[in-house]
Every structure is written in structure tokens, then in C-alpha cells.
Design a protein. Structure first.
Length: 610
């Protein structure tokens, strides 16, 4: 058997949209992973449908390239704080990180989050200032920001002495000289091989492996991915799984071993300490479990994960249209699917309600839970989703505390006043404000997470779509008191059937409509936004009274304004506490949680009395 290649295990970390996945594409091309004539999609690592549509990385993925006789295992990590659970686990698999920073935006909130995690694990980053071909680049200031960030995160002297490369991932070059705008990624490959240490691995010890990622295969069942910490393993070796406390979860055999080669997982007969591999053959083992030789009784240390800060209720769809558009509608199916998600995604927590018809799903943020709902919807599920609510805690003095987020906003100077006013209404405190060049201002706030729910859409309207808002969990702090909710009431249908153009035409003056003529509606469904603060029950099915008298003039043709059609995230952010979003594979409808108007009034009176 040939000697194994020297190994380097690295993760690429960065703020969202700073170019991680595009850089990995170029590493593939220049290492010869792809043939010259091979047709490969742009951002090949973003393989999930939602990732392609949104242009973001949601799931951490492993890959591997070979360069000049060295195998480099690369992990592409998500940039959104909502998927931070993935990043935290991944960093325990690698021995070095490439920190990618945009040459214009500089160090952003998520840069701080992922860098803090990497430095705490003792990793020494290679800093790559990316997108240096941008016309608004400010390379030197960005480098100063990165150094200040390392100091603020208590980096050691060794970590602060980081190597720097200047790159354009899209154009496929990296150099030590910031003035060069040509070349290849060879300097980056050299820096990885020379700066990142080989895995500190005990090849002769007993086999130990910490599960970092979990996914499923229709043929192989559970596939557990992680780094071999010590020893070697061969196909069909006896293994057992230990939980964090050292209890045996199950025993079995490694029926299949797979290693990463480019974008594919290929079967291998043997893996040794330092390798990043996937193991199939176990049915109960999960993330943070230790897979080991049966003689091993001590589990490996698993990185603790930051707790969830936000929750939503996922309920069985009980609207009059339930079961018409989806195939998975029962609470048992929903429970099984949510339990599977919680197993592979350690940042999500699922609790079943007493009535067994709904589930409290807690996670890191609206985006993470929104992605889960959209994924389930595409799989054929029908759900009723409640408004997101934050998870409160109690401090040692018995005071109620709530989650706060650091919010960094880049906005054109002319819109900064509006943004500051709106954030103040949401109980945010401004902690920093500075010009960021090009007629833009960067404003930093500390804001209760509760006040930010549903704000993003309003923020984009206020800034004419030019503002950029980044959020990052900061701390649990004192409860800030009541925050004003949605200023407008809604238009609620008082009957069931199909919407009629004549009725909608007369309702337009009442507010903004969410439905078109011929849309199916039911009693208690929200069909528009009222121009006034109160809810209003309306009849969207009223038709014109026909008589046998002829009028001298022609009837006016009905010209309806196009309705406001909401995306899933917009709908979840829009609803109030007494409302729900009905999600099916074909539709997103807004409705009152209690459909019957008499029951709704009773519940409203009870709430006021309480």
C-alpha cells in the first residue's frame, strides 16, 4: 500500500458574501480537481437548491484538493450568524483557517464571530484580503481593522503575527504585493502548506473520531463526518459510539468509509489519524458523539454550542384548505421531520406541546428557521407557523433578561437619520457611528432581538434598497419593556369561497390587498392590510347586483392594483401574536390563529381582562 500524502486541514471563514465559495471554486480549478473541459456550475460548493437561489452557504461542506503532493482538506463554512452552530463544530476538525475579508467592507460582525471561535481554539489564521479589484477598495484600513479585531479578541502574539495575501477569488489570483492584479493562487497554496501545521495525530493509538456533521443517504443510512483524532480504522472494523458523558450509545461496524476527493465522497479501505472522513454503519450515533474502538471508554471533548435565542410554533395545518396541496400533513410526520433536523443541526431544539398538535422549534434566528420551513414546504409538508418570539432568561437577581444583538448598518448618508429614528423606536442604543467612504455611513447598535423581528423589510424600504444590515448575537441583557408592534390592522375575510374582482375593487380604498380575483379564501383568512390600526372583517365575495334595466353609460371597467404578495420570511415577520402563516407546497397564506369571529372576540376580551 502506498504511503499516504502529507495532510493539511483548513476551514475558510468569513462574513456572508465576502467570497468564500467563489474562492474554493478557483482552488478546485487551479489544483486540477476539474478537467479543463469539465462543465462545472459557478459556486460548485453551494449544492443545495436554497443555497443556489439565495446565493448563500447554509450547510458546511467538506472537500479536498491535491497540490504538489499534499492533500488539502478544505471546509467551506456558512457566513450567516444564524448558521453559526455549523461553524463552531467545523473548527474543531481543522488545524488552520483562512480568514477572508472584503477589501471594501472590512471586518464585519460575522467576521468577529467566526474569528473569535477560531482564535479561542488556538488556530493561527492566514488573512486574505479578497476582492482587491473593487473600485472602492481600502486595503490598508481593512488590514488595520483586522489587526484591531484580533487584539480585541485577546489573540496571542503568535496569532497576531498573521501572514497576509491580497486576492481576487473571482479572477483567481493571490499575491503578497497589494499592487499586483494578476497571477494565480499558487502563493495561497504555498502559504497553506507552509503555515498550517500537519494534523497532530497519534497514528499508533486506539481509533477515536468525533462526529461533526451528520447527513443521510437513502442507501447507506446515517453518514457521520469528522476528523480521525487517533489510530487507524479499516472497513468492517468493530466500533462503538459514546455520548458526552461516556455512556455507550450503540455498537456496530464501520460498513463503509469515505474520503473527500474534490466535490465527491469516494470509498476508501482505510483511514488514519488526521484524515477527515465519513463513516456509515451506525443507526443511533449523532453529532458530538465519539466513535471509537470498543476498548475506548473516554469520549473526546465536544465544543459547546451557543444556545438558541428565538422560537416559533410549528403546528398541524388546521385551516379549511388543509390537505389540498401537501402530502405530509399529520403531526407524526411533522414530529419525525423536526426530530431528524434537530439531530443533524445542533443549533435547533424541538419541544412537543401538551396537545401533541404543535411543536416549539428554537433556533438562532429568523433566517435559520425560515430556511427550515422552506425546506419542509418543498418536501410536501403543510404547516401553521406562529410569529417568532425571543427566549427570555432570569439572571441571578431574579430579573428578566432578553437576547441582544449587535447590529451593523451600512447606509447612504441621506438615510442615516431615518434608520437611527426607527432603531430608537425598537429600543436600540447606538454604540458607534463613522463615515465608511463613498457617501456611506456605518452605524453600530446594541438592540434587543425582539425589536428586530420583522424590521428588515421596512429597513430596505427606508433605504431604497441600498442599505446593508448585519446582525450578530451579543449577550443577554436587561428586559427593555414593551416595543410597539405593527401600526396597522388587517382585513379579515368573513366568508369562504373565491375572491370576486368587484368586491376587491371596493375594498382597495380600505388598504393594501394580499389576494387576487379567483383566489380561494376562507373565513378568518387575512386578505389585506387595513389603512387603520384596527382589524376589519370584510366580504371579498360580494358580487354586483344585476337587474334587467339598461344604463345609458357603460359600466366602469374594474382596474385592480396588483396585490402585495409576500415571501415566506416577509409573512413570518409581518404577522402579529394572534395570527399565523399557513405554509403549503403551493401557497403562503396569512390567517388569524382563531378563525371563528365569535371565538376570536371572546379570546380578545379574555386577553384584555388578563
Amino acid at each position: 500500500m502506498s504511503a499516504p500524502l502529507p495532510l493539511r486541514n483548513i476551514a475558510i471563514i468569513a462574513h456572508v458574501d465576502h467570497g468564500k465559495t467563489t474562492l474554493v471554486d478557483q482552488l478546485f480549478r487551479q489544483s486540477g480537481t476539474f478537467r479543463d473541459n469539465q462543465r462545472v456550475e459557478e459556486r460548485a460548493m453551494d449544492s443545495n437548491d436554497l443555497e443556489k437561489e439565495r446565493g448563500i452557504t447554509i450547510l458546511a461542506k467538506c472537500t479536498s484538493v491535491e497540490w504538489n503532493g499534499t492533500r488539502i482538506n478544505i471546509v467551506d463554512t456558512p457566513g450567516h450568524a444564524d448558521f453559526g452552530g455549523e461553524v463552531e463544530r467545523i473548527l474543531s476538525m481543522v488545524d488552520g483557517v483562512i480568514l477572508l475579508v472584503d477589501s471594501s467592507e472590512g471586518a464585519m460582525p460575522q467576521t468577529k464571530f467566526v474569528t473569535g471561535k477560531a482564535l479561542a481554539l488556538g488556530l493561527r489564521p492566514i488573512v486574505v484580503v479578497n476582492k482587491i479589484d473593487r473600485p472602492d477598495e481600502r486595503i490598508q484600513e481593512v488590514l488595520d481593522e483586522v489587526f484591531d479585531l484580533f487584539v480585541s479578541l485577546d489573540a496571542t502574539d503568535e496569532q497576531c503575527d498573521f501572514p497576509v495575501l491580497y486576492a481576487s477569488g473571482r479572477n483567481g489570483y493571490a499575491n503578497e504585493d497589494p499592487s499586483l492584479r494578476e497571477g494565480t493562487l499558487t502563493p495561497l497554496f504555498e502559504k497553506i502548506v507552509n503555515h498550517v501545521p500537519a494534523p497532530a495525530a497519534d497514528v499508533d493509538g486506539p481509533f477515536k473520531f468525533l462526529v461533526t456533521l451528520l447527513d443521510r443517504d437513502n442507501f447507506l443510512g446515517r453518514i457521520l463526518t469528522g476528523k480521525v483524532q487517533s489510530g487507524t480504522i479499516k472497513v468492517n472494523s468493530a466500533i462503538h459510539a459514546l455520548d458526552r458523558d461516556g455512556k455507550v450509545v450503540e455498537t456496530g461496524r464501520a460498513s463503509k468509509l469515505m474520503a473527500f476527493r474534490g466535490l465527491e465522497r469516494v470509498p476508501v479501505d482505510e483511514a488514519r489519524a488526521g484524515d477527515i472522513i465519513s463513516i456509515a454503519g451506525l443507526t443511533d450515533a449523532t453529532v458530538a458523539n465519539t466513535i471509537a474502538d470498543p476498548a475506548v471508554t473516554e469520549p473526546l471533548h465536544a465544543q459547546p454550542i451557543d444556545p438558541p435565542t428565538l422560537s416559533m410554533r410549528f403546528a398541524v395545518n388546521d385551516s379549511p384548505m388543509a390537505g389540498r396541496e401537501g402530502t405530509k400533513v399529520t403531526s407524526r410526520m411533522i414530529r419525525d421531520r423536526l426530530e431528524r433536523e434537530a439531530e443533524s443541526n445542533v443549533a435547533i431544539r424541538v419541544t412537543e406541546s401538551a396537545d401533541k398538535d404543535s411543536f416549539e422549534v428554537a433556533g438562532r434566528g429568523e433566517l435559520q428557521l425560515g430556511v427550515l420551513i422552506e425546506t419542509m414546504r418543498r418536501e410536501g409538508f403543510e404547516l401553521g407557523i406562529s410569529r417568532p418570539r425571543v427566549l427570555y432568561r432570569t439572571d441571578e437577581n431574579g430579573q428578566r433578561t432578553e437576547p441582544y444583538e449587535q447590529v451593523v448598518i451600512d447606509v447612504d448618508d441621506e438615510h442615516s437619520g431615518t434608520v437611527i429614528d426607527k432603531m430608537a423606536l425598537r429600543k436600540a442604543e447606538m454604540t458607534d457611528m463613522r463615515p465608511s467612504g463613498g457617501g456611506k455611513t456605518r452605524i453600530t447598535f446594541s438592540a434587543p432581538s425582539r425589536g428586530l423581528i420583522g424590521y428588515h423589510g421596512e429597513f430596505l424600504s427606508d433605504t431604497r434598497g441600498t442599505g446593508i444590515m448585519n446582525r450578530l448575537f451579543e449577550k443577554y441583557g436587561p428586559y427593555k419593556g414593551a416595543i410597539d408592534g405593527r401600526p396597522n390592522g388587517v382585513l379579515i375575510s368573513n366568508c369562504a369561497g373565491e375572491a370576486v374582482g368587484y368586491a376587491l375593487n371596493s375594498l382597495e380604498e380600505r388598504g393594501i390587498l394580499f389576494v387576487r380575483p379567483q383566489d380561494k379564501i376562507y373565513e378568518g383568512m387575512i386578505i389585506g392590510e387595513n389603512a387603520k390600526p384596527d382589524d376589519l372583517e370584510v366580504n371579498p365575495m360580494k358580487s354586483k347586483q344585476l337587474t334587467n334595466f339598461r344604463s345609458t353609460g357603460k359600466d366602469d371597467a374594474i382596474r385592480l392594483t396588483p396585490p402585495k404578495i409576500m415571501t415566506l420570511e416577509q409573512a413570518i415577520a409581518y404577522i402579529d401574536d394572534d395570527e399565523m402563516v399557513e405554509v403549503t407546497p403551493k401557497s403562503i397564506r396569512l390567517r388569524k390563529a382563531i378563525l371563528d369571529p365569535h371565538e376570536r372576540k371572546k379570546a380578545g376580551r379574555k386577553k384584555e381582562a388578563a
